[in-house]
Design a protein around this ligand. Structure first.
Ligand code: VIB
Length: 222
């Protein structure tokens, strides 16, 4: 007992590192990611974000007090106003039109990940849902920090993916990530070993689905 968030990453260390240090991430940092791979990722991420916005709406429904309700609302609002804004900027720069986005077929990796998280949340309680959402929120924050510390990462205008790194490295995003870890730490402190095992499985599955999402981008998989 007395678990913390870091026990979740420790419980799936290999998968967690494979997600954070994925080849897609490395190429993004080095500025060498092929435009087609990024375009495919970007298009699927648009569909992903719509379903993740629904997952935050589900988190609102599963909330038991005003703080939790507000946190869910903030997550939903961040997706709609911040994440999708970054997205729109990239879509403009990479030549993806609104009508391209409207006509997109959903890839298997997008389907699997988003519906997995929604199912975890429908079946379980708010802790299940927020654990299933954690690889997304905490992972992208950790990826930005990891990239910033790598010698191969190219910073500034020379890297077309600089805005991507800068957004997740930024104070607002890092603060949201820390707040989520603090909430998870407080909740995990109270769970039994059997419950922790359940939650660790959810966390590991969502981490594996994040790995598949990167790989889908590299492979342009449908
Ligand atoms: C596959 C995939 N995983 C994570 C994110 C990042 N992200 C999406 S929603 C959200 C929480 C609210 O900001 C975060 C961090 C992404 N864009 N695409």
């Amino acid at each position: 007992m007395g678990y913390r968030f870091r026990d979740l990453t420790a419980a799936c260390q290999d998968d967690w590192r494979a997600y954070i240090e994925h080849d897609f991430v490395r190429a993004l940092g080095a500025g060498t990611l092929e435009a087609d791979a990024f375009r495919h990722y970007l298009q699927q991420d648009y569909l992903f974000l719509i379903h993740f916005a629904r997952a935050y709406a589900l988190a609102a429904y599963k909330s038991r007090d005003l703080d939790e309700l507000r946190q869910a609302f903030d997550g939903l609002k961040t997706i709609l106003d911040v994440e999708l804004d970054l997205h729109r900027g990239f879509c403009r720069d990479w030549g993806i039109s609104e009508s391209d986005l409207a006509a997109l077929p959903e890839s298997r990796a997008t389907l699997a990940y988003t519906r997995y998280v929604l199912d975890a949340g429908s079946r379980g309680d708010l802790l299940d849902l927020r654990i299933a959402l954690a690889p997304c929120l905490v992972g992208y924050g950790e990826i930005a920090g990891w990239l910033a510390a790598q010698p191969f990462t190219l910073r500034g205008d020379a890297n077309p993916y600089e805005p991507w790194i800068a957004m997740y490295e930024g104070d607002d995003f890092q603060a949201a990530m820390r707040a989520e870890i603090a909430w998870l730490d407080a909740r995990l402190a109270e769970v039994t070993p059997a419950r922790f095992e359940q939650l660790a499985r959810l966390f590991r599955d969502a981490t594996r689905l994040e790995i598949d999402f990167w790989q889908m981008g590299l492979d342009r998989a449908d």
